[in-house]
Ligand binder design. Structure first.
Ligand SMILES: Cc1ncc(COP(=O)(O)O)c(C=O)c1O
Length: 405
């Protein structure tokens, strides 16, 4: 079975887990800032914690925060938890990023920040966004899937990253906020120092265990069991924790952001992060090569029923996305042929009942709806580049599906 993703892990990470950890978090923050060309970086236990902390430290409260209608559901959750309100902008079906021409219609006196996402590693035009949006509105980039995507951080106030599963830097959870603004950096650090607990021994041990076992967990054969387990629970997990996404009237206090949400990033994760940064360029190079390979191989045969992505200059391809009419059918077909198919976000945020209270009920967000319904991701993890048979097999299966349909 070809898994849908796999961390780029080698013996180097295992050595890092066992190695010296003096000043390791600071070193990771410094190195990360350096690599993404930012002046400052502050680590967090997740991207969502970074976003939440940014909004809190900038004293943004009871204001409107604009996000794309198609993104990760923890983004709106973190905004609500920070005491703010949501506004949505539909996306473009070309690159799944925020639709720029729609932005002016949604700006209001209440807008305090806008959060453009570089979806699947594809660069969002933040330069133009900066020209559209008033200077006193913060632009906070969501680069959870976009380490080293072109121009990230250049035109905004701050950027948040994620080191969770399926990201280009993987440390079994974790996040980073970067900024070039010293004042934002100082405020963020102060907020973190006052509000975050130091990471507990149990969290350090848990992360050490998970990271040590990463090669095993993501081995081709074992991972399918994990995934089956995961899929059988799915959104139910949220329900169990009291956060029922289908409850339109759920009190905002019950929005759930994870147990370690305000615990510091751990040292063992920082050690692995440093090791991951050593090969980030190679990692991204292979993702780009794989994505180009897919596009080249699929462009003539399947494009009539399967929509291929537009490959943009500067994309880092955390994922390679295609749109299919009947996702379930496609997934089943690929699974039967030994390929796990991924759907990172199978929803549109304004269509989730718990978030729909922030819409007027009149907007359609039709592109976000289509993306949430039809997108699937083909594997792009870098190790695949060294196994052309597997890549050929994936392409062959997609073509077979096309000719069968
Ligand atoms: C686009 C996007 N934004 C935000 C996040 C949240 O990151 P984290 O899980 O580290 O909180 C993710 C994670 O999946 C994401 O893909």
């Amino acid at each position: 079975m070809i898994p849908r993703f796999k961390p780029y892990f080698t013996f180097d990470e295992i050595k890092a887990i066992m190695g010296e950890k003096e000043n390791i978090i600071y070193n990771f923050e410094k190195k990360f800032a350096n690599i993404v060309n930012a002046k400052y970086a502050v680590s967090f236990p997740s991207g969502r914690s970074g976003l939440y902390s940014l909004l809190k430290s900038l004293n943004i409260s009871n204001k409107e925060i604009i996000i794309p209608a198609y993104t990760c559901l923890v983004v709106p959750a973190a905004i609500i938890a920070s005491g703010n309100k949501l506004r949505f902008v539909d996306i473009s079906l070309q690159d799944y990023n925020m639709e720029l021409p729609a932005v002016p219609h949604i700006l209001s006196k209440e807008t305090a920040a806008i959060i453009p996402t570089h979806m699947y590693g594809t660069p969002m035009d933040v330069k133009t966004l900066r020209e559209i949006v008033d200077k006193n509105v913060y632009i906070i980039e969501d680069a959870a899937q976009a380490v080293l995507t072109k121009n990230v951080g250049k035109y905004s106030d701050a950027v948040f990253y994620s080191f969770n599963i399926e990201k280009q830097v993987f440390t079994f959870g974790g996040g980073m906020v970067t900024t070039n603004n010293e004042e934002i950096y100082e405020k963020l650090k102060t907020f973190k120092n006052h509000n975050f607990k130091s990471s507990s021994t149990s969290i350090e041990l848990k992360k050490t265990f998970l990271l040590l076992n990463t090669p095993f967990i993501f081995s081709d054969s074992f991972f399918r069991f994990i995934l089956a387990l995961w899929e059988s629970h799915g959104l139910l997990t949220w329900k169990k924790r009291g956060w029922n996404l289908n409850n339109k009237n759920l009190p905002v206090e019950e929005i759930y952001l994870s147990n370690d949400f305000i615990e510091n990033y751990t040292r063992v994760q920082a050690a692995v992060g440093l090791s991951q940064l050593k090969k980030i360029k190679n990692n991204i190079k292979h993702r780009v090569e794989i994505s180009k390979f897919y596009n080249e191989q699929l462009k003539d045969d399947v494009k009539k029923i399967i929509t291929l992505p537009v490959l943009k200059n500067g994309s880092t391809f955390s994922h390679y996305t295609i749109r299919v009419k009947d996702r379930k059918d496609f997934e089943m077909f690929m699974k039967k042929h030994g390929v796990q198919i991924n759907k990172v976000f199978d929803y549109s945020i304004p269509h989730i009942p718990v978030f729909s209270r922030y819409t007027t009920g009149k907007e359609k967000f039709s592109s976000a709806y289509i993306a949430g319904k039809n997108i699937v991701n083909l594997p792009t993890y870098p190790q695949l580049w060294y196994n052309k048979n597997k890549l050929q097999h994936i392409v062959k299966c997609v073509k077979e599906y096309y000719y069968r349909t």
